[in-house]
Ligand binder design. Structure first.
Ligand code: FES
Length: 169
């Protein structure tokens, strides 16, 4: 029997037995999030790591240092069977209409950066992962550099970047 692959998404634990599941080596994390966990806030577009629509936050342990590592990942590039031990957070974990939106979501709306909305969850999760990983003392340049992997199909980058850069010190 193959080892069980365990991870959490928004605090819910998933255990996958690779020998007894439709989830296989080619199943990507974004497909699992949308189809198995039924969390459709995470979007897909290019499916090759180029647009950032599928960004989620992942917390894992560095096997060398033993330190916890917080980062954003392109869920379209990650085989779900490689997520053992990860704690994954999607945009649904930040806020919603019922419980209220978090500061990043509110800021994006306030600056008029939502537009068609398709890239919004990736934009928000990228900022959330950056803040969680590096603290909230970020410069405008650090924030802008963090967005070189996020595409907006409406091409309305200015209000999105203005919203995120408003978190700079
Ligand atoms: Fe993952 Fe484009 S869908 S980067």
């Amino acid at each position: 029997m193959a080892d069980i692959i365990s991870f959490t998404i928004n605090g819910t634990k998933y255990d996958i037995d690779p020998s007894n599941t439709t989830v296989g080596p080619t199943t990507r994390l974004v497909s699992f999030i949308r189809s198995n966990a039924n969390l459709t806030g995470t979007k897909t577009m290019c499916m090759e790591g180029g647009c950032g629509a599928c960004l989620v936050q992942a917390i894992s342990v560095d096997p060398v240092s033993g330190q916890s590592v917080i980062r954003s990942v392109n869920a379209c590039l990650v085989p779900v069977l490689s997520c053992n031990g990860w704690n994954i957070n999607t945009v649904e974990s930040l806020g919603n209409r019922k419980v209220g939106y978090n500061a990043i979501q509110q800021r994006l709306v306030g600056f008029g950066g939502t537009q068609c909305g398709y890239c919004s969850s990736g934009m928000v999760m990228n900022m959330f992962a950056l803040q969680q990983a590096r603290g909230e003392t970020l410069t405008m340049q650090q924030i802008e550099d963090n967005y070189d992997g996020n595409l907006c199909r409406c091409t309305g980058f200015r209000p999105i970047l203005d919203a995120m850069k408003s978190f700079a010190i």
